[in-house]
Unconditional design. Structure first.
Ligand SMILES: [Zn+2]
Length: 229
């Protein structure tokens, strides 16, 4: 199949899958990932996980790490580096996602990955609202190196149309929000499908956020991310 037919096939499939997912959704009150109650850090077999720079595994990876700039909801620079990290196993799964997307003429664009607990504390100091920021006392799945925020881009790097911009804390960012153009629904569904196929789970309230399977087995981390030259 050429690219056009293959894309049409995928979009048709995704549209059906998207509606199926909606029917399966339960009407649980919305809660943002950053605000989700987290269990206390659990003793883990993987007590000293290593976080790896995603670019070491995906050199061409597109990124837009807004926490490394003041262009984020806190208005402050929170990271010294704009290069995202994840635990090794999650990073390896992301390589498979990227390779699968390449076969469709697409690629990933990453906003955030591992977030040191110290940064979570800074976020909380600036914005102590648990509707939007996880209390560092409990931590976020990002603090475990097991969550990633990302979207899709075409082969030229242009982001695909999605329902909202990153970190839009409105109902429109919910995974089941449907009062948007069908192309945005299809793009959102494609992101969810390819991520879930490779071990990540989406979040109902943020279309861009995915947790790596088994995140509970990884401890909260406060390993600083070094600044780039
Ligand atoms: Zn997130």
């Amino acid at each position: 199949m050429n690219y056009k037919f293959r894309t049409l096939f995928w979009y048709g499939f995704l549209l059906v899958a998207s509606f199926s997912t909606l029917w399966a959704c339960s009407p649980v009150p919305a809660q943002l990932d950053t605000a989700s109650p987290e269990v206390e850090p659990t003793p883990s077999e993987k007590s000293s996980p290593q976080v790896v720079e995603l670019r070491t595994l995906i050199p061409e990876l597109l990124t837009d790490v807004r926490y490394a700039t003041a262009d984020n909801f806190t208005g402050q620079v929170l990271y010294e580096s704009d290069s995202p990290y994840l635990v090794q196993e999650a990073a390896e799964s992301l390589v498979v996602v990227q390779n699968e997307l390449k076969s469709l003429g697409l690629q990933l664009l990453v906003f955030d990955g591992y977030r040191p607990l110290g940064v979570q504390k800074k976020m909380w100091e600036v914005f102590p609202d648990n509707r939007y920021v996880a209390n560092p006392a409990n931590g976020s799945r990002h603090n475990r190196g097991c969550a990633i925020d990302l979207t899709l881009a075409d082969s030229t790097g242009k982001p695909l149309a999605m329902p909202t911009d990153y970190d839009d804390f409105t109902e429109k960012a919910h995974a089941d929000y449907m009062n948007i153009p069908v192309q945005q629904i299809v793009n959102r569904a494609l992101l969810k499908l390819v991520m879930e196929k490779h071990g990540f789970t989406g979040l109902r309230t943020e279309w861009w956020h995915f947790d790596f399977q088994g995140w509970r087995n990884y401890p909260l981390l406060d390993i600083p991310i070094p600044a780039k030259d």
